[in-house]
Every structure is written in structure tokens, then in C-alpha cells.
Design a protein around this ligand. Structure first.
Ligand SMILES: Nc1nc2c(ncn2[C@@H]2O[C@H](COP(=O)(O)OP(=O)(O)OP(=O)(O)O)[C@@H](O)[C@H]2O)c(=O)[nH]1
Ligand SMILES: [Mg+2]
Length: 181
């Protein structure tokens, strides 16, 4: 894992993607940017281990954070994760907002709740990922349970537009993140 000292110097506004391992953060970034293999994804939880920055024509950045809650990670690595991601979320002056990605099929864990509480005063958006695994009825039920969330799928691209619109608002006029259609 990298250290905070290795982060690129603050530049344009950034939106960071946070959440448990394997929920689809890197895939969501790829779907939003319309680039299949930009951010590395994997079936194995714990794929993203450092903080990765994706530059949007110099006007903004999307930031792929390593996931938390991966049981097989040794305690030392977990502590390092907390130090790295905690320091980033705490002190990044150019952080414009955080997208919290949760698997639409699973209830929030206590770590998810901690993160949401921690971000309570920030700009944040909750994506319920892998929505393609749910039926319409299940999607409706999730929306009722969780309130203000976007049902999202990097496979069907459900929710991509809605997310892009909101991120563009956060990032300001300079940042056009939608891929050309
Ligand atoms: N069906 C479905 N699978 C998805 C979706 N998004 C991601 N996946 C799959 O879920 C697995 C994990 O995706 P990643 O994008 O690597 O997840 P991550 O949150 O970045 O994981 P870490 O980097 O380990 O924290 C991969 O096998 C993806 O193909 C989705 O919307 N639908
Ligand atoms: Mg990842």
C-alpha cells in the first residue's frame, strides 16, 4: 500500500469512491468513464490496494480507494488501510464528495455504517451496486429500505447517467465526465 506522502499533490476537485472490498467501486469508475479496463477490477476481494487517481482532462479526478472489510486481510494491513484512507478522507483539501458503494444484495455492515456516519457532513452519494442481480420488486424494496440511493449496475449501466449528473454538479461546470455517446 502506498503512503499519504505518495499521493499526487492536490489539483482539480476530486470525487472518491469508497466501500467494502468487491462491491464494484473500480467497475463503477470504469462504467462512469466509459472505459472498460481503466481501473483494475477483479473477482478477488482486495484488488485495489492503493489510492488510484483518474484524471478527467485536467478538470477533475475520480479517485478509486481500496475496499475495506475483507476478512482475510491481516490486522497490520487493515491498520494501514485505515491510516491511508482515513488520512485521505480527513485531509484532502480538494475532495468535492464521496460516492459510497454498497452491494445492493447485502445489508449494511457496521463498517459501512461507520463510514456513512463519518461522512455525514460531507457531500455523499450512496450507490447500491450490482443492481442487475435484483428483480424489479427487490429493487423497489431496497429503495424503500435505504431511502436516498441510486441503484447502479456497471453491467447494464443502470444509474450511470444519474450518477454522472450529480458528480458534474459536485465537480462544477469545468468537469464534463460523461463519455460521448
Ligand atoms: N453483476 C455485476 N457484477 C459486478 C458489478 N460491478 C462489479 N462487478 C463484479 O464484482 C467484482 C468486483 O468488482 P471490482 O470493481 O473489482 O470491486 P472493488 O469494489 O473495486 O473491489 P476492491 O478493489 O477489492 O475493493 C468483479 O468480479 C466485477 O466484475 C455489477 O454492477 N454487476
Ligand atoms: Mg477496486
Amino acid at each position: 500500500m502506498g503512503r499519504a506522502a505518495e499521493l499526487p499533490p492536490p489539483g482539480p476537485p476530486e470525487v472518491a469512491f469508497a466501500g467494502r472490498s468487491n462491491v464494484g467501486k473500480s467497475s463503477a469508475i470504469n462504467a462512469i468513464l466509459g472505459r472498460k479496463r481503466l481501473a483494475f477490477t477483479s473477482k478477488t476481494p482486495g484488488r485495489t490496494q492503493t489510492i488510484n487517481f483518474y484524471d478527467l482532462a485536467g478538470a477533475a479526478r475520480l479517485v478509486d480507494l481500496p475496499g475495506y472489510g475483507f476478512a482475510r486481510v491481516p490486522q497490520a494491513v487493515r491498520a494501514q488501510w485505515q491510516a491511508l484512507v482515513g488520512a485521505y478522507l480527513d485531509s484532502r483539501a480538494t475532495l468535492a464528495g464521496v460516492v459510497v458503494v454498497m452491494d445492493a444484495r447485502h445489508p449494511f455492515t457496521s463498517l459501512d455504517e461507520q463510514l456513512l456516519r463519518y461522512l455525514a457532513d460531507s457531500r455523499r452519494l450512496v450507490l447500491l451496486s450490482k443492481a442487475d442481480k435484483l428483480t424489479r420488486a427487490e429493487q423497489t424494496a431496497r429503495r424503500k429500505d435505504f431511502g436516498d440511493v441510486v441503484l447502479f449496475s456497471s453491467v447494464t449501466r443502470q444509474g450511470v447517467e444519474e450518477t454522472c449528473d450529480l458528480l458534474e454538479q459536485w465537480l462544477g461546470q469545468a468537469a464534463k465526465i460523461k463519455s460521448p455517446r
